[in-house]
Design a protein. Structure first.
Lengths: 249, 310
Protein backbone atom coordinates (compact mmCIF):
# COMPACT_ATOMS: atom_id res chain seq x y z
CA UNK A 1 0.00 0.00 0.00
CA UNK A 2 1.18 3.45 -0.90
CA UNK A 3 0.81 6.49 1.36
CA UNK A 4 1.09 10.09 0.17
CA UNK A 5 2.20 12.76 2.64
CA UNK A 6 2.02 16.41 1.57
CA UNK A 7 4.53 18.66 3.35
CA UNK A 8 4.55 22.45 3.43
CA UNK A 9 7.51 24.78 3.77
CA UNK A 10 6.62 27.39 6.39
CA UNK A 11 8.28 29.96 8.61
CA UNK A 12 9.84 28.06 11.50
CA UNK A 13 7.75 27.57 14.62
CA UNK A 14 10.15 29.62 16.72
CA UNK A 15 10.31 32.68 14.49
CA UNK A 16 8.28 35.68 15.57
CA UNK A 17 7.12 37.12 12.29
CA UNK A 18 6.94 40.84 11.58
CA UNK A 19 4.33 42.56 9.50
CA UNK A 20 5.86 44.53 6.62
CA UNK A 21 5.51 48.28 7.03
CA UNK A 22 3.76 48.62 3.64
CA UNK A 23 1.02 46.24 4.79
CA UNK A 24 1.53 43.75 1.96
CA UNK A 25 2.23 40.78 4.17
CA UNK A 26 4.68 39.44 6.72
CA UNK A 27 8.41 39.67 6.21
CA UNK A 28 9.73 36.20 5.45
CA UNK A 29 12.98 37.27 3.80
CA UNK A 30 15.97 35.78 5.63
CA UNK A 31 13.92 33.98 8.27
CA UNK A 32 14.38 30.32 9.04
CA UNK A 33 12.01 28.05 7.11
CA UNK A 34 11.06 24.54 8.20
CA UNK A 35 8.62 21.78 7.51
CA UNK A 36 5.18 22.54 8.95
CA UNK A 37 5.19 20.71 12.34
CA UNK A 38 1.87 18.96 11.69
CA UNK A 39 3.25 17.61 8.40
CA UNK A 40 6.24 16.19 10.25
CA UNK A 41 3.78 14.32 12.45
CA UNK A 42 1.98 13.09 9.31
CA UNK A 43 5.24 11.81 7.84
CA UNK A 44 6.22 10.15 11.11
CA UNK A 45 2.87 8.33 11.19
CA UNK A 46 3.36 7.13 7.62
CA UNK A 47 6.84 5.85 8.54
CA UNK A 48 5.48 3.98 11.55
CA UNK A 49 2.88 2.31 9.33
CA UNK A 50 5.65 1.35 6.92
CA UNK A 51 7.86 0.03 9.70
CA UNK A 52 4.91 -2.02 10.97
CA UNK A 53 4.72 -3.64 7.54
CA UNK A 54 1.34 -2.17 6.65
CA UNK A 55 2.60 0.25 4.05
CA UNK A 56 5.11 -0.39 1.27
CA UNK A 57 5.88 3.09 -0.03
CA UNK A 58 5.77 6.59 1.43
CA UNK A 59 5.79 9.48 -1.03
CA UNK A 60 6.34 13.05 0.18
CA UNK A 61 4.80 15.83 -1.89
CA UNK A 62 5.27 19.57 -1.70
CA UNK A 63 3.72 22.44 -3.66
CA UNK A 64 5.43 25.80 -3.98
CA UNK A 65 8.74 27.46 -4.73
CA UNK A 66 11.99 25.73 -5.74
CA UNK A 67 13.23 25.79 -2.13
CA UNK A 68 10.48 23.34 -1.19
CA UNK A 69 12.97 20.76 -2.45
CA UNK A 70 14.78 21.26 0.87
CA UNK A 71 11.57 20.44 2.72
CA UNK A 72 11.20 17.30 0.60
CA UNK A 73 14.82 16.30 1.34
CA UNK A 74 14.02 16.64 5.04
CA UNK A 75 10.98 14.45 4.43
CA UNK A 76 13.13 11.85 2.73
CA UNK A 77 15.62 12.04 5.60
CA UNK A 78 12.75 11.22 7.95
CA UNK A 79 12.18 8.24 5.69
CA UNK A 80 9.97 8.99 2.69
CA UNK A 81 11.02 6.83 -0.28
CA UNK A 82 10.77 9.60 -2.83
CA UNK A 83 9.59 13.15 -3.31
CA UNK A 84 7.47 15.09 -5.76
CA UNK A 85 7.55 18.87 -6.03
CA UNK A 86 4.84 20.76 -7.85
CA UNK A 87 6.84 23.88 -8.54
CA UNK A 88 5.24 27.29 -8.83
CA UNK A 89 5.97 30.81 -7.69
CA UNK A 90 2.27 31.57 -7.33
CA UNK A 91 1.15 31.95 -3.73
CA UNK A 92 -1.01 28.88 -3.30
CA UNK A 93 -4.34 28.87 -1.51
CA UNK A 94 -5.62 25.67 0.11
CA UNK A 95 -8.08 25.02 -2.73
CA UNK A 96 -5.27 25.18 -5.29
CA UNK A 97 -3.12 22.82 -3.23
CA UNK A 98 -6.04 20.41 -2.85
CA UNK A 99 -6.50 20.40 -6.63
CA UNK A 100 -2.79 19.75 -7.24
CA UNK A 101 -2.83 16.93 -4.70
CA UNK A 102 -5.94 15.45 -6.31
CA UNK A 103 -4.19 15.38 -9.67
CA UNK A 104 -1.20 13.64 -8.08
CA UNK A 105 -3.43 11.19 -6.22
CA UNK A 106 -5.16 10.28 -9.48
CA UNK A 107 -1.72 9.47 -10.90
CA UNK A 108 -0.14 7.80 -7.89
CA UNK A 109 -3.23 5.95 -6.62
CA UNK A 110 -2.35 5.94 -2.90
CA UNK A 111 -4.71 4.21 -0.48
CA UNK A 112 -4.08 6.72 2.25
CA UNK A 113 -3.11 10.39 2.31
CA UNK A 114 -1.95 11.76 5.66
CA UNK A 115 -1.77 15.55 6.01
CA UNK A 116 -1.14 17.99 8.83
CA UNK A 117 -4.39 19.46 10.14
CA UNK A 118 -3.23 23.00 9.48
CA UNK A 119 -0.17 24.95 8.43
CA UNK A 120 1.20 27.30 11.07
CA UNK A 121 1.53 30.20 8.62
CA UNK A 122 -1.97 30.83 7.24
CA UNK A 123 -3.70 28.71 9.92
CA UNK A 124 -6.37 27.73 7.36
CA UNK A 125 -7.11 24.12 8.32
CA UNK A 126 -8.69 23.32 4.94
CA UNK A 127 -6.48 21.33 2.58
CA UNK A 128 -7.13 17.80 3.86
CA UNK A 129 -10.89 18.21 3.96
CA UNK A 130 -10.92 19.86 0.51
CA UNK A 131 -8.81 17.07 -0.95
CA UNK A 132 -11.15 14.47 0.57
CA UNK A 133 -14.15 16.19 -1.03
CA UNK A 134 -12.48 16.49 -4.45
CA UNK A 135 -11.47 12.83 -4.41
CA UNK A 136 -14.81 11.71 -2.98
CA UNK A 137 -12.97 9.99 -0.12
CA UNK A 138 -13.93 9.80 3.55
CA UNK A 139 -11.91 11.82 6.04
CA UNK A 140 -10.82 11.73 9.67
CA UNK A 141 -9.40 15.06 10.76
CA UNK A 142 -7.46 15.97 13.95
CA UNK A 143 -6.22 12.40 14.48
CA UNK A 144 -4.66 11.31 17.76
CA UNK A 145 -4.57 7.59 16.90
CA UNK A 146 -4.51 5.74 13.58
CA UNK A 147 -5.07 1.98 13.19
CA UNK A 148 -4.78 0.53 9.70
CA UNK A 149 -6.13 -3.00 9.23
CA UNK A 150 -8.58 -5.14 7.27
CA UNK A 151 -8.97 -2.65 4.45
CA UNK A 152 -10.07 0.18 6.67
CA UNK A 153 -8.55 2.83 8.85
CA UNK A 154 -9.87 3.48 12.35
CA UNK A 155 -9.03 6.91 13.64
CA UNK A 156 -9.44 8.51 17.05
CA UNK A 157 -10.04 12.24 16.65
CA UNK A 158 -9.59 15.15 19.00
CA UNK A 159 -12.91 16.98 19.16
CA UNK A 160 -14.21 19.66 21.50
CA UNK A 161 -14.76 18.06 24.88
CA UNK A 162 -12.97 14.77 24.24
CA UNK A 163 -12.32 12.10 21.66
CA UNK A 164 -14.31 10.53 18.85
CA UNK A 165 -13.54 7.40 16.84
CA UNK A 166 -14.42 6.87 13.18
CA UNK A 167 -13.88 3.92 10.83
CA UNK A 168 -13.21 4.81 7.20
CA UNK A 169 -13.15 2.64 4.10
CA UNK A 170 -10.00 3.01 2.01
CA UNK A 171 -8.85 5.05 0.21
CA UNK A 172 -9.11 7.75 2.86
CA UNK A 173 -7.75 11.04 4.16
CA UNK A 174 -6.34 11.51 7.67
CA UNK A 175 -5.21 14.84 9.11
CA UNK A 176 -2.96 14.89 12.15
CA UNK A 177 -3.27 16.61 15.49
CA UNK A 178 -0.35 17.35 17.80
CA UNK A 179 -0.49 14.27 19.99
CA UNK A 180 -0.58 11.61 17.28
CA UNK A 181 3.11 10.88 17.71
CA UNK A 182 6.47 12.44 18.41
CA UNK A 183 8.47 12.80 15.20
CA UNK A 184 11.92 11.27 15.17
CA UNK A 185 15.12 13.25 14.93
CA UNK A 186 16.73 13.29 11.54
CA UNK A 187 20.18 11.69 11.65
CA UNK A 188 23.17 12.65 9.54
CA UNK A 189 23.40 9.27 7.73
CA UNK A 190 19.74 9.62 6.80
CA UNK A 191 20.30 13.15 5.53
CA UNK A 192 23.07 11.77 3.30
CA UNK A 193 20.86 8.92 2.12
CA UNK A 194 18.03 11.34 1.37
CA UNK A 195 20.22 13.18 -1.12
CA UNK A 196 20.23 10.12 -3.35
CA UNK A 197 16.51 9.48 -3.27
CA UNK A 198 14.46 10.38 -6.37
CA UNK A 199 12.83 13.80 -6.44
CA UNK A 200 10.54 14.57 -9.36
CA UNK A 201 9.61 18.11 -10.26
CA UNK A 202 6.41 18.93 -12.09
CA UNK A 203 4.35 22.07 -12.67
CA UNK A 204 0.68 22.94 -12.12
CA UNK A 205 0.26 23.24 -15.92
CA UNK A 206 1.53 19.68 -16.37
CA UNK A 207 -1.19 18.54 -14.01
CA UNK A 208 -3.82 20.68 -15.72
CA UNK A 209 -4.56 22.68 -12.58
CA UNK A 210 -5.32 26.40 -12.47
CA UNK A 211 -3.77 27.74 -9.26
CA UNK A 212 -4.76 31.39 -9.64
CA UNK A 213 -5.62 32.80 -6.19
CA UNK A 214 -9.30 33.38 -5.50
CA UNK A 215 -8.90 35.72 -2.58
CA UNK A 216 -7.42 39.17 -2.62
CA UNK A 217 -5.22 40.09 0.31
CA UNK A 218 -6.11 43.77 0.75
CA UNK A 219 -3.63 44.32 3.55
CA UNK A 220 -1.93 42.69 6.46
CA UNK A 221 -1.63 44.61 9.71
CA UNK A 222 -0.25 44.10 13.20
CA UNK A 223 -2.85 43.01 15.71
CA UNK A 224 -3.88 45.50 18.37
CA UNK A 225 -1.12 45.42 20.95
CA UNK A 226 -2.03 44.47 24.44
CA UNK A 227 -0.04 46.60 26.81
CA UNK A 228 1.56 45.08 29.84
CA UNK A 229 -0.25 45.85 33.05
CA UNK A 230 1.18 46.03 36.51
CA UNK A 231 2.75 43.63 38.93
CA UNK A 232 0.95 43.56 42.24
CA UNK A 233 2.82 42.90 45.48
CA UNK A 234 0.40 40.43 47.07
CA UNK A 235 -2.78 38.43 46.70
CA UNK A 236 -4.90 40.88 48.69
CA UNK A 237 -4.04 43.68 46.25
CA UNK A 238 -4.78 41.40 43.32
CA UNK A 239 -8.24 40.49 44.58
CA UNK A 240 -9.00 44.13 45.39
CA UNK A 241 -7.98 45.18 41.87
CA UNK A 242 -10.05 42.42 40.27
CA UNK A 243 -13.07 43.50 42.31
CA UNK A 244 -12.90 47.26 42.12
CA UNK A 245 -10.75 48.14 39.09
CA UNK A 246 -11.32 45.36 36.55
CA UNK A 247 -14.70 44.43 38.04
CA UNK A 248 -14.43 40.88 36.76
CA UNK A 249 -15.20 38.96 39.95
CA UNK B 1 -28.46 38.16 -0.09
CA UNK B 2 -29.17 35.35 2.32
CA UNK B 3 -26.66 33.68 4.62
CA UNK B 4 -26.86 30.06 5.73
CA UNK B 5 -25.46 29.11 9.13
CA UNK B 6 -24.59 25.47 9.76
CA UNK B 7 -25.78 24.87 13.32
CA UNK B 8 -23.49 22.99 15.68
CA UNK B 9 -25.64 20.89 17.98
CA UNK B 10 -25.92 17.53 19.71
CA UNK B 11 -29.49 16.97 18.47
CA UNK B 12 -30.89 17.90 21.89
CA UNK B 13 -29.49 21.41 22.09
CA UNK B 14 -27.54 24.00 20.15
CA UNK B 15 -23.90 24.72 20.95
CA UNK B 16 -23.09 28.28 21.94
CA UNK B 17 -20.81 28.62 18.92
CA UNK B 18 -23.92 28.67 16.72
CA UNK B 19 -25.08 31.92 18.33
CA UNK B 20 -21.79 33.69 17.62
CA UNK B 21 -21.91 32.45 14.03
CA UNK B 22 -25.44 33.85 13.59
CA UNK B 23 -24.12 37.29 14.61
CA UNK B 24 -21.39 37.11 11.97
CA UNK B 25 -23.93 35.94 9.39
CA UNK B 26 -26.23 38.86 10.16
CA UNK B 27 -23.30 41.24 9.62
CA UNK B 28 -22.94 39.90 6.07
CA UNK B 29 -25.96 42.03 5.32
CA UNK B 30 -28.95 39.85 4.48
CA UNK B 31 -31.39 37.38 5.98
CA UNK B 32 -30.05 34.55 8.09
CA UNK B 33 -31.17 30.95 7.73
CA UNK B 34 -29.96 28.14 9.97
CA UNK B 35 -29.51 24.53 8.88
CA UNK B 36 -30.02 21.91 11.56
CA UNK B 37 -28.89 18.58 10.10
CA UNK B 38 -29.32 15.89 12.72
CA UNK B 39 -31.23 12.88 13.91
CA UNK B 40 -34.36 13.51 15.96
CA UNK B 41 -33.02 17.01 16.30
CA UNK B 42 -36.40 18.66 16.88
CA UNK B 43 -35.25 20.24 20.12
CA UNK B 44 -32.16 21.75 18.49
CA UNK B 45 -34.28 23.02 15.59
CA UNK B 46 -36.79 24.58 17.99
CA UNK B 47 -33.93 26.33 19.79
CA UNK B 48 -32.58 27.62 16.46
CA UNK B 49 -36.01 29.08 15.60
CA UNK B 50 -35.84 31.12 18.82
CA UNK B 51 -32.53 32.84 17.97
CA UNK B 52 -33.02 36.56 17.43
CA UNK B 53 -32.38 37.55 13.82
CA UNK B 54 -32.95 34.16 12.23
CA UNK B 55 -35.70 34.18 9.60
CA UNK B 56 -35.80 30.51 8.65
CA UNK B 57 -34.67 27.20 10.10
CA UNK B 58 -34.08 24.35 7.70
CA UNK B 59 -34.25 20.88 9.18
CA UNK B 60 -32.77 17.78 7.57
CA UNK B 61 -33.35 14.71 9.68
CA UNK B 62 -31.81 11.28 9.14
CA UNK B 63 -30.35 8.62 11.40
CA UNK B 64 -26.96 8.99 9.67
CA UNK B 65 -26.81 12.68 10.61
CA UNK B 66 -26.77 11.77 14.32
CA UNK B 67 -23.02 12.07 14.79
CA UNK B 68 -22.25 14.94 12.46
CA UNK B 69 -20.09 12.99 9.98
CA UNK B 70 -18.48 15.54 7.67
CA UNK B 71 -19.20 13.60 4.46
CA UNK B 72 -22.96 13.57 5.07
CA UNK B 73 -23.41 17.03 6.54
CA UNK B 74 -21.34 18.64 3.77
CA UNK B 75 -23.46 16.89 1.15
CA UNK B 76 -26.63 18.23 2.79
CA UNK B 77 -25.21 21.76 2.78
CA UNK B 78 -24.32 21.40 -0.90
CA UNK B 79 -27.89 20.40 -1.70
CA UNK B 80 -29.00 23.80 -0.39
CA UNK B 81 -25.98 25.96 -1.28
CA UNK B 82 -27.27 27.40 -4.55
CA UNK B 83 -29.72 29.74 -2.80
CA UNK B 84 -27.15 31.44 -0.60
CA UNK B 85 -24.63 34.26 -0.85
CA UNK B 86 -22.79 33.21 2.32
CA UNK B 87 -22.38 29.88 4.08
CA UNK B 88 -20.99 30.07 7.59
CA UNK B 89 -20.08 27.58 10.31
CA UNK B 90 -18.39 27.95 13.68
CA UNK B 91 -14.59 27.55 13.61
CA UNK B 92 -14.81 24.64 16.04
CA UNK B 93 -13.76 21.02 15.54
CA UNK B 94 -17.26 20.51 14.10
CA UNK B 95 -17.34 23.37 11.60
CA UNK B 96 -13.70 23.10 10.55
CA UNK B 97 -14.27 19.46 9.71
CA UNK B 98 -17.24 20.05 7.44
CA UNK B 99 -16.96 23.39 5.70
CA UNK B 100 -13.81 22.95 3.55
CA UNK B 101 -15.56 20.01 1.86
CA UNK B 102 -18.40 22.36 0.94
CA UNK B 103 -16.05 25.03 -0.39
CA UNK B 104 -14.06 22.55 -2.48
CA UNK B 105 -17.19 21.11 -4.09
CA UNK B 106 -18.47 24.61 -4.84
CA UNK B 107 -15.04 25.43 -6.26
CA UNK B 108 -14.68 28.49 -4.02
CA UNK B 109 -12.05 29.55 -1.51
CA UNK B 110 -12.86 29.18 2.16
CA UNK B 111 -12.13 32.05 4.50
CA UNK B 112 -11.15 30.50 7.82
CA UNK B 113 -11.62 31.81 11.36
CA UNK B 114 -12.83 35.30 10.59
CA UNK B 115 -12.84 37.72 13.50
CA UNK B 116 -14.58 40.61 11.75
CA UNK B 117 -16.93 41.29 8.83
CA UNK B 118 -15.85 44.53 7.13
CA UNK B 119 -18.32 44.26 4.26
CA UNK B 120 -20.25 41.43 2.61
CA UNK B 121 -17.11 40.44 0.70
CA UNK B 122 -14.27 41.54 2.99
CA UNK B 123 -13.28 39.86 6.21
CA UNK B 124 -10.52 40.03 8.80
CA UNK B 125 -8.74 36.90 9.94
CA UNK B 126 -5.68 36.27 12.07
CA UNK B 127 -2.68 34.51 10.50
CA UNK B 128 0.68 33.39 11.94
CA UNK B 129 -0.80 32.51 15.33
CA UNK B 130 -2.49 35.89 15.54
CA UNK B 131 0.74 37.82 14.96
CA UNK B 132 -0.81 39.44 11.90
CA UNK B 133 -4.34 40.23 10.77
CA UNK B 134 -5.17 39.74 7.09
CA UNK B 135 -7.92 41.72 5.36
CA UNK B 136 -9.24 39.31 2.76
CA UNK B 137 -11.61 40.05 -0.10
CA UNK B 138 -13.48 37.29 -1.88
CA UNK B 139 -14.92 37.57 -5.38
CA UNK B 140 -16.46 34.08 -5.26
CA UNK B 141 -20.20 33.93 -5.82
CA UNK B 142 -20.74 32.08 -2.57
CA UNK B 143 -18.60 33.07 0.40
CA UNK B 144 -17.75 30.06 2.55
CA UNK B 145 -16.61 31.15 5.99
CA UNK B 146 -15.74 29.73 9.41
CA UNK B 147 -16.30 32.07 12.31
CA UNK B 148 -14.12 32.45 15.39
CA UNK B 149 -16.54 32.79 18.30
CA UNK B 150 -14.37 35.20 20.24
CA UNK B 151 -14.67 37.78 17.46
CA UNK B 152 -18.46 38.08 17.63
CA UNK B 153 -20.99 38.50 20.41
CA UNK B 154 -23.54 35.73 20.84
CA UNK B 155 -26.90 36.40 19.21
CA UNK B 156 -29.77 36.39 21.73
CA UNK B 157 -30.94 32.80 22.16
CA UNK B 158 -34.56 33.90 22.48
CA UNK B 159 -36.80 36.50 20.95
CA UNK B 160 -36.86 35.15 17.40
CA UNK B 161 -39.68 33.27 15.76
CA UNK B 162 -38.30 31.76 12.58
CA UNK B 163 -40.34 29.58 10.27
CA UNK B 164 -39.19 25.97 10.11
CA UNK B 165 -38.91 24.09 6.85
CA UNK B 166 -38.10 20.42 6.56
CA UNK B 167 -36.08 19.29 3.57
CA UNK B 168 -35.32 15.82 2.26
CA UNK B 169 -32.12 14.38 3.66
CA UNK B 170 -29.36 13.54 1.16
CA UNK B 171 -28.33 9.89 0.89
CA UNK B 172 -25.87 8.36 3.36
CA UNK B 173 -22.32 8.54 2.01
CA UNK B 174 -21.51 5.23 3.68
CA UNK B 175 -17.72 5.53 3.50
CA UNK B 176 -17.22 6.59 7.09
CA UNK B 177 -18.82 5.18 10.20
CA UNK B 178 -19.10 6.53 13.71
CA UNK B 179 -17.54 4.11 16.21
CA UNK B 180 -17.68 5.88 19.55
CA UNK B 181 -17.11 8.95 21.61
CA UNK B 182 -15.42 9.59 24.92
CA UNK B 183 -16.38 12.98 26.22
CA UNK B 184 -14.87 14.18 29.45
CA UNK B 185 -17.52 14.53 32.11
CA UNK B 186 -17.24 17.76 33.99
CA UNK B 187 -19.46 19.96 36.09
CA UNK B 188 -17.42 22.96 35.07
CA UNK B 189 -18.38 25.33 32.26
CA UNK B 190 -17.12 24.51 28.80
CA UNK B 191 -13.73 26.04 28.06
CA UNK B 192 -14.78 28.10 25.04
CA UNK B 193 -17.96 29.38 26.70
CA UNK B 194 -16.64 30.09 30.21
CA UNK B 195 -16.61 33.62 31.66
CA UNK B 196 -13.58 32.77 33.78
CA UNK B 197 -10.76 30.36 32.98
CA UNK B 198 -8.03 29.08 35.28
CA UNK B 199 -5.16 27.68 33.20
CA UNK B 200 -2.02 25.84 34.24
CA UNK B 201 1.29 25.44 32.46
CA UNK B 202 4.54 23.56 32.67
CA UNK B 203 5.20 25.32 35.96
CA UNK B 204 2.57 23.12 37.60
CA UNK B 205 5.15 20.33 37.45
CA UNK B 206 2.70 17.40 37.47
CA UNK B 207 -0.86 16.37 36.79
CA UNK B 208 -1.32 15.95 40.54
CA UNK B 209 -0.43 19.62 41.03
CA UNK B 210 -3.39 20.70 38.90
CA UNK B 211 -5.56 19.72 41.87
CA UNK B 212 -4.37 22.90 43.57
CA UNK B 213 -6.22 24.87 40.87
CA UNK B 214 -9.54 23.11 41.46
CA UNK B 215 -10.65 25.05 44.57
CA UNK B 216 -9.84 28.26 42.71
CA UNK B 217 -11.88 27.17 39.69
CA UNK B 218 -14.71 26.07 42.00
CA UNK B 219 -14.75 29.39 43.78
CA UNK B 220 -14.91 31.35 40.52
CA UNK B 221 -17.13 28.88 38.65
CA UNK B 222 -14.32 28.76 36.11
CA UNK B 223 -13.38 26.35 33.35
CA UNK B 224 -9.93 24.79 33.52
CA UNK B 225 -7.42 25.07 30.70
CA UNK B 226 -3.76 24.44 30.08
CA UNK B 227 -0.83 25.40 27.91
CA UNK B 228 0.52 23.04 25.28
CA UNK B 229 3.53 22.28 27.46
CA UNK B 230 1.27 20.99 30.23
CA UNK B 231 -0.76 18.90 27.81
CA UNK B 232 2.34 17.52 26.08
CA UNK B 233 3.73 16.56 29.49
CA UNK B 234 0.56 14.53 30.06
CA UNK B 235 -0.59 16.54 33.08
CA UNK B 236 -4.10 17.10 31.73
CA UNK B 237 -6.29 15.96 28.80
CA UNK B 238 -5.65 17.23 25.26
CA UNK B 239 -8.90 19.14 24.98
CA UNK B 240 -7.77 21.50 27.75
CA UNK B 241 -5.20 23.08 25.44
CA UNK B 242 -5.54 26.80 24.85
CA UNK B 243 -3.51 28.22 21.97
CA UNK B 244 -2.94 28.56 18.24
CA UNK B 245 -3.68 24.93 17.51
CA UNK B 246 -5.91 24.28 20.51
CA UNK B 247 -8.86 26.30 21.71
CA UNK B 248 -9.17 30.04 21.17
CA UNK B 249 -10.76 31.67 24.20
CA UNK B 250 -11.66 35.18 25.28
CA UNK B 251 -13.18 35.02 28.76
CA UNK B 252 -13.79 37.99 31.02
CA UNK B 253 -11.01 36.78 33.30
CA UNK B 254 -8.11 34.48 32.39
CA UNK B 255 -5.83 33.36 35.18
CA UNK B 256 -2.55 31.91 33.86
CA UNK B 257 -0.76 29.87 36.49
CA UNK B 258 2.78 28.70 35.86
CA UNK B 259 2.47 29.53 32.16
CA UNK B 260 5.49 31.23 30.62
CA UNK B 261 3.57 32.65 27.67
CA UNK B 262 4.85 31.21 24.36
CA UNK B 263 3.43 33.08 21.36
CA UNK B 264 1.38 30.03 20.45
CA UNK B 265 -0.32 30.16 23.85
CA UNK B 266 -0.85 33.91 23.75
CA UNK B 267 -2.55 33.42 20.36
CA UNK B 268 -5.27 31.47 22.14
CA UNK B 269 -6.05 33.83 25.00
CA UNK B 270 -4.78 37.35 24.39
CA UNK B 271 -8.26 38.66 23.60
CA UNK B 272 -9.41 37.92 27.15
CA UNK B 273 -10.78 40.99 28.89
CA UNK B 274 -8.59 40.75 31.96
CA UNK B 275 -5.52 38.55 32.26
CA UNK B 276 -3.86 37.60 35.54
CA UNK B 277 -0.45 35.89 35.54
CA UNK B 278 1.08 33.99 38.41
CA UNK B 279 4.66 32.96 37.71
CA UNK B 280 7.90 32.72 39.64
CA UNK B 281 9.95 34.10 36.73
CA UNK B 282 9.57 37.90 36.63
CA UNK B 283 10.84 37.89 33.03
CA UNK B 284 8.21 35.43 31.75
CA UNK B 285 6.59 36.73 28.52
CA UNK B 286 3.13 36.16 29.99
CA UNK B 287 3.63 39.32 32.09
CA UNK B 288 3.82 41.35 28.87
CA UNK B 289 0.14 40.68 28.19
CA UNK B 290 -1.14 40.38 31.77
CA UNK B 291 -3.16 43.18 33.34
CA UNK B 292 -2.13 42.00 36.79
CA UNK B 293 0.89 39.90 37.55
CA UNK B 294 2.16 38.30 40.72
CA UNK B 295 5.72 37.03 40.88
CA UNK B 296 6.05 34.10 43.23
CA UNK B 297 5.59 30.40 43.88
CA UNK B 298 2.21 29.31 42.59
CA UNK B 299 1.96 26.72 45.35
CA UNK B 300 1.92 29.59 47.89
CA UNK B 301 -0.08 32.07 45.89
CA UNK B 302 -2.97 29.93 44.63
CA UNK B 303 -4.11 28.81 48.12
CA UNK B 304 -3.78 32.42 49.33
CA UNK B 305 -5.95 33.52 46.43
CA UNK B 306 -8.60 30.95 47.29
CA UNK B 307 -8.59 32.13 50.91
CA UNK B 308 -8.75 35.78 49.91
CA UNK B 309 -11.74 35.18 47.66
CA UNK B 310 -13.50 33.93 50.78
Amino acid sequence: MKVLVPVKRVVDYNVKVRVKSDGTGVDIANVKMSMNPFDEIALEEAMRLKEAGKVTEVVAVSCGVTQCQETLRTGMAIGADRGILVETAVELEPLAVAKLLKALADKEQPQLIILGKQAIDDDSNQTGQMLAALLGWPQATFASKVVLEDGKVTVTREVDGGLETLALTLPAIVTTDLRLNEPRYVTLPNIMKAKKKPLDVTKPEDLGVDVTPRLKNLKVVEPAKRSAGIKVPDVATLVAKLRTEAKVI
Amino acid sequence: MVALVIAEHDNASLKGSTLHTVTAAAQCGGDVHVLVAGSNAGAAAAAAAQIAGVSKVIVADAAYFADGLAENIAEQVLALAGSYSHILAPATAYGKNILPRVAAKLDVAQISEITKVDSPDTFERPIYAGNAIAYVQSSDKIKVITVRSTGFDAAAATGGSAATETVAAVADNGKSAFVGRELAKSDRPELTAAKIIVSGGRGMGSGEAFKILEPLADKLNAAMGASRAAVDAGYVPNDWQVGQTGKIVAPTLYIAVGISGAIQHLAGMKDSKTIVAINKDPEAPIFSVADYGIVGDLFDIVPQLVAELG
